[in-house]
Design a protein around this ligand. Structure first.
Ligand code: ATP
Length: 443
């Protein structure tokens, strides 16, 4: 029963996302392409503002983290050094009956097809997740290049240029956000497992003896980002500590969110030792670019790396699942409308529209338009003058608009408007001159 409700919730979120232009499948008129998703007019501001909030929290509000924006395709040696060309693979198996393909570690019952129940499954085979392309006019093995499978490798490669340019000394971090590509065997759960997605990663370079302290520091900081900045309730998040660690790693923990389909990773925080820098040193032979010099001991050493790595699309999906709600009959009455209210309780700072101006009549344009122009200087502001006021509230609720400002005929005389709160649905009359400061305090 619970499973059915959750599946239902997920399909409602997916349907709302398409209906309101938040997220929908890429190439829809051709039947879509599995694992690729487009963000529509209401999805772009959501994703951008989550990214901006991450950037502010991780880079702009700190002295010891700086930014980078590298290319998606880099030298193919980067991916040999990182181990992706040889080892970045999932074990897969095919059902000989229904021809479906699965990741071995995702089978509920080993050797049994989850779709048709057959036990005629192929032996597991390794499947590399790197997306291949060619650079230059000749399409042969010599010209193969890869779309990056994670955003962090260029950070290691550019480490020394960035360090010198910014005069940073250890400990310090380099952050980057951008696209990553993985040829996932089984894309699923909407955007949760896509083939093209956005990552937001920060690599923190420090001395080995202080690395575990920094690991703890960043684990707490990242937890705070979700609970304090994005307002996700603590009971919907958990830490998942890795028991099996890579040979170079000292600690690894994931932050997971309780999605309608179960707990899923949104971020990994990893102690990566000196693995990345030493590998790039081995493959590039540029020791001076991969090590730092210690004035006291007069020796160079590889910095130890603490990584925080999260997926922007998974965070947006978390916000959508967490915020989705359908109101009960009692709350319906408050807005005097018959239909069920679908509402997205998004944090105001990431809502696609933060304020909607709703003049009660088209004749009030002269009063309402200047207000729109004024509020647009501070907030993502929308204007809607068509249909009943109840319907307009519903439309705004569905995309998570936290404040609706109604301009009526009294506004013309007394320079006041009504502000309606999405969550409580309470309405407050206030002077237009006080509106920006009031909303600023709320948003
Ligand atoms: P998973 O175990 O779910 O495949 P992972 O451990 O391979 O994830 P990482 O390589 O640690 O993931 O990537 C860091 C973050 O990037 C993840 O926490 C997730 O938020 C995001 N991410 C990874 N793969 C995908 C994907 N296919 N689609 C969307 N986001 C992804």
């Amino acid at each position: 029963m619970a499973e059915q409700v959750s599946a239902d919730l997920m399909s409602r979120v997916v349907a709302l996302c398409k209906r309101r232009g938040i997220i929908f499948q890429s190439s829809d008129i051709y039947g879509g392409i599995n694992g690729f998703w487009d963000y529509g007019p209401n999805g772009v501001p959501l994703r951008r503002s989550v990214e901006q909030n991450w950037w502010r929290y991780m880079v702009e509000d700190r002295d010891n983290v700086v930014g980078l924006d590298s290319t998606i395709i880099c030298h193919p040696e980067v991916w040999r050094a990182s181990g992706h060309v040889d080892q970045f693979s999932d074990s897969m198996t095919d059902c000989l009956e229904c021809k479906k393909r699965y990741r071995v570690d995702q089978l509920e019952k080993p050797g049994v097809c989850p779709s048709c129940g057959s036990t005629r499954m192929t032996e597991p085979r390794e499947f590399n997740l790197m997306m291949k392309t060619y650079v230059g006019p000749v399409f042969d093995e010599e010209h193969v290049a890869y779309l990056r499978a994670e955003t962090c490798q260029p950070i290691f490669v550019d480490f020394n240029i960035v360090r010198i340019a910014t005069r940073q000394k250890l400990p310090f971090g380099i952050a980057q956000t951008g696209k990553a590509f993985r040829n996932e065997i089984n894309p699923r759960f909407f955007t949760f497992r896509s083939r093209e997605f956005m990552q937001m990663e920060m690599e923190f370079f420090c001395r080995d003896e202080e690395a575990m302290d920094w690991f703890e520091y960043w684990r707490k900081e990242r937890w705070n980002f979700y609970t304090q900045v994005l307002g996700i309730p603590e009971n919907k998040l958990r830490l998942h500590w890795h028991e099996k660690l890579a040979h170079y790693a000292k600690a690894a923990v994931d932050i997971e969110f309780e999605f309608p389909f179960g707990w899923g990773e949104i971020e990994g925080i990893h102690h990566r030792g000196t693995w990345d820098m030493s590998r790039h040193c081995e493959f590039s032979h540029q020791e001076q670019d991969c090590k730092v010099y210690d004035q006291d001991s007069k020796e160079s050493f590889f910095p130890t790396v603490i990584e925080t790595s999260c997926g922007l699309d998974r965070i947006c999906l978390m916000l959508l699942c967490n915020g989705y709600d359908e109101d009960t009959a009692e709350t319906k009455k408050a807005d005097k409308d018959e239909d069920t209210r679908v509402v997205l309780h998004l944090p105001p700072k990431v809502a696609p529209v933060q304020v909607a101006i709703l003049p009660l009549s088209k004749k009030l344009e002269e009063q309402a338009r200047p207000l729109l122009k004024d509020l647009r200087r501070y907030f993502r502001t929308d204007y809607d003058d068509s249909g009943s006021i109840g319907k307009r509230y519903r439309r705004q609720d569905e995309i998570g608009t936290p404040y609706c400002v109604t301009v009526d005929f009294d506004s013309v005389n007394d320079q006041t408007v009504t502000v309606r709160d999405r969550d409580s649905m309470s309405q407050e009359r206030m002077e237009i001159s006080k509106l920006p400061a009031y909303l600023m305090g709320k948003i």
